[in-house]
Write a protein that binds this ligand. Structure first.
Ligand SMILES: [Zn+2]
Ligand SMILES: [Zn+2]
Length: 259
C-alpha cells in the first residue's frame, strides 16, 4: 500500500512567517512543534521507490529531518519558488558527477521552460559543475501516466494568473496550490476517498482559495478523509481549523498516511 509522507505543510512563506510575532509564529519557532511548517512537499513511498512531489525552498532540510536517503522520481505541480526552489539540491540524489541514472522528472513543458529560466546552468550542457541530472518527461492534463506501477493523473487547477497541476493517485488527490478547480478536473476527482488540499488561509486570496472553500470542495467530492497542507499562520491564529468537521484535519510536517 502506498504511503504519503508530508515533508512540508506550510504555505509559500512557511510558518513562522519572516519576523511575524503572532501567537502561532512564536510557537512555530520551536522547530519540533507541529506549528513549524516548511514549504509544501510530499514523498510517496511505494514498492521500495520514493516519488517526490515538488522540491521547494526547504527541500534539503526536509530530506535531513525525515531521513530521506533516495529519490526515484520527482513530479512538479508548478514552477513557483515554494515548489521548485530546492531543485538544485536534487543533485544530492542524482548528479552529473557520478554514474547515477538520470532522475525522472514529470512536469509540463511550461515548467521545464520556467526551470530553464530559473536554473539555466542545470540544463546547459556547457556547464560542467556538479548539478542534478534529470530525465524529463512531459505530462499533460487528464492524461494518466505510470510511475513505478502507480497510475498518476495530472489535472489542471487555476492559480491566477496561470494554472498549476494537482495529481490523483489511486483514491487520493494532492492539490497543494489553487484558486479554483475547473469542472473537467472535478470530473477527474470523482470517487476519491482522500483529499489533500491547500488550507492556505481563512481568507480567500487572488491566487489561493480559503480553507473554507477547500472544505466545500471536499464536501462536494464526498472525500472521506481530508488533510490540509500549504497552511499559513492565519489558519490556526484565527482558529479556522476548529470549525471543520472531524474528518478534515490539518496535516503537519512528518505526518505519514496510507492510501
Ligand atoms: Zn505554493
Ligand atoms: Zn503557487
Amino acid at each position: 500500500m502506498p504511503q504519503m509522507l508530508f515533508l512540508g505543510t506550510g504555505f509559500s512563506s512557511g510558518v513562522p512567517e519572516g519576523n511575524c510575532a503572532c501567537e502561532v509564529c512564536e510557537k512555530a519557532r520551536d522547530m519540533s512543534s507541529p506549528f513549524f511548517r516548511t514549504r509544501s512537499s510530499v514523498l510517496i513511498e511505494h514498492d521500495g521507490k520514493n516519488i517526490l512531489i515538488d522540491a521547494g525552498t526547504d527541500f534539503r532540510f526536509q530530506t535531513i529531518k525525515h531521513n530521506v536517503r533516495k529519490i526515484d522520481a520527482v513530479l512538479i505541480t508548478h514552477a513557483h519558488e515554494d515548489h521548485i526552489g530546492g531543485i538544485p539540491d536534487l543533485r544530492g540524489f542524482s548528479s552529473t558527477w557520478g554514474n547515477d541514472p538520470a532522475l525522472s522528472m514529470y512536469c509540463r513543458q511550461q515548467e521545464i521552460n520556467a526551470l530553464k529560466r530559473r536554473f539555466g546552468y542545470i540544463f546547459d550542457e556547457n556547464v560542467t559543475s556538479t548539478k542534478p541530472k534529470f530525465g524529463v518527461k512531459t505530462i499533460e492534463p487528464g492524461k494518466p501516466f505510470d510511475v513505478f506501477g502507480l497510475t498518476v493523473t495530472p489535472m489542471l487547477v487555476s492559480h491566477p494568473p496561470e494554472d498549476a497541476f494537482g495529481f490523483r493517485i489511486n483514491d487520493l488527490a494532492y492539490i497543494p496550490d489553487a484558486k479554483t478547480i475547473p469542472s473537467e478536473s472535478m470530473k477527474l476527482l470523482q470517487g476519491i476517498k482522500t483529499l489533500v488540499i491547500l488550507g492556505n488561509s481563512d481568507e480567500s486570496y487572488p491566487k489561493q482559495m480559503s480553507i473554507f472553500e477547500a472544505a466545500e470542495i471536499a464536501k462536494t467530492l464526498k472525500a472521506e478523509r481530508v488533510f490540509f497542507t500549504h497552511i499559513g499562520h492565519r489558519v490556526q491564529r484565527n482558529k479556522a481549523d476548529q470549525t471543520l468537521p472531524p474528518h478534515m484535519k490539518l496535516a503537519f510536517d512528518g505526518l505519514k498516511i496510507d492510501f
